[in-house]
Design a protein. Structure first.
Length: 316
């Protein structure tokens, strides 16, 4: 029986399903967590837990990933629910951007990927720069009006959540008297969030699969000769590839034509902003804010690692 030759459509479907099955469990995990937050977490509890000083609260929020490690695929539905429960937007965005990097799982995977003299340096540099960038970004976001950041439907839920007067929650409000009923509320909220966020996730996965199967990767390696070109190239690559933060270091470590600075830029920008995240962020934030966030983070990280050439890197 003749064996069919590989086809572009077959390659696309293989890449699409691979990315989908890799990320879908994390989406499911995130939406389950968000559902339980909706059912069991009282409104404004996170605001009461954090320090009263908003800037100090942002600093603490950047470290929450070390306690609650969540990858970028799972963090979006969790943040969406926490914001609706009263978590300040500046703290939520800081946690959202830092958690996929500032957590022990990613630290271990990064160290393992760069086994050698530069493993510790690459790991600490990735976590340290990511933390500083996200906290500074949180400070900046604190100066913005919430209405200029969040979608109207999220704002409406924030305003109505204390009384549970929203029509979508009217039936659930009658069930809050017992634990089994709250469990039912959690499952209903999880299913809604999974369908909502999952739609954006699938769009991003399709774009990523097209890139992986239609672009000659050898062409990308030609841009690694200079950091002025290599750093933005690696950041754009991280944006398009949409890799999980728990495994992206193994990809970056194999890109031998790029410098350590370019690899760190790849490992820092990708978990904060990629194709699938842009669409997922769109379920919470206004499009203009998502674009502003993507561009601002790109410029900030590019400038930081653009100066990295003056710092001696072990093993390079």
């Amino acid at each position: 029986m003749p064996v069919n030759e590989p086809s572009q459509i077959g390659d696309f479907l293989f890449a699409f399903l691979g990315i989908l099955f890799e990320g879908a469990p994390y989406i499911l995990l995130g939406t389950i967590i968000s559902g339980f937050i909706d059912a069991y977490l009282p409104s404004n509890i996170m605001d009461r837990f954090l320090p009263k000083n908003r800037y100090f609260a942002i600093i603490i929020s950047g470290l929450l990933g070390a306690i609650f490690p969540v990858c970028e695929c799972a963090i979006v539905p969790v943040i969406r629910r926490l914001v609706q429960k009263g978590l300040p937007v500046s703290c939520a965005i800081t946690y959202m951007l830092s958690a996929p990097i500032v957590n022990p799982i990613v630290a271990i995977s990064t160290y393992s990927a760069f086994a050698g003299d530069d493993a510790l340096f690459m790991t600490l540099s990735r976590i340290g720069v990511a933390y500083c960038v996200t906290v500074f970004f949180g400070f900046v976001i604190h100066q913005f009006s919430v209405r200029s950041i969040l979608r109207n439907k999220i704002l409406e839920k924030i305003e109505k959540s204390p009384s549970l007067s929203s029509q979508n929650h009217s039936q659930e409000a009658k069930l809050t008297s017992s634990t089994p009923d709250k469990l039912l509320i959690a499952l209903r909220s999880s299913s809604r969030d999974f369908l909502d966020v999952g739609m954006y996730f699938i769009i991003g996965v399709m774009i990523t699969a097209l890139y992986r199967t239609q672009i000659d990767q050898s062409i990308v390696d030609q841009f690694g000769e200079s950091d002025w070109v290599g750093i933005p190239t690696m950041m754009i690559l991280s944006f398009v590839l949409s890799l999980c933060s728990t495994s992206d270091a193994f990809i970056a470590s194999q890109m031998l034509s790029f410098s350590a600075s370019a690899k760190l830029a790849f490992l820092t920008y990708g978990p904060m902003m990629d194709v699938k995240l842009v669409f997922m962020y769109g379920s919470i934030f206004k499009p203009k804010f998502v674009i502003m966030m993507a561009v601002s983070l790109f410029i900030a990280i590019a400038i930081i690692f653009g100066q990295w050439g003056n710092i001696p890197v072990p093993g390079t």
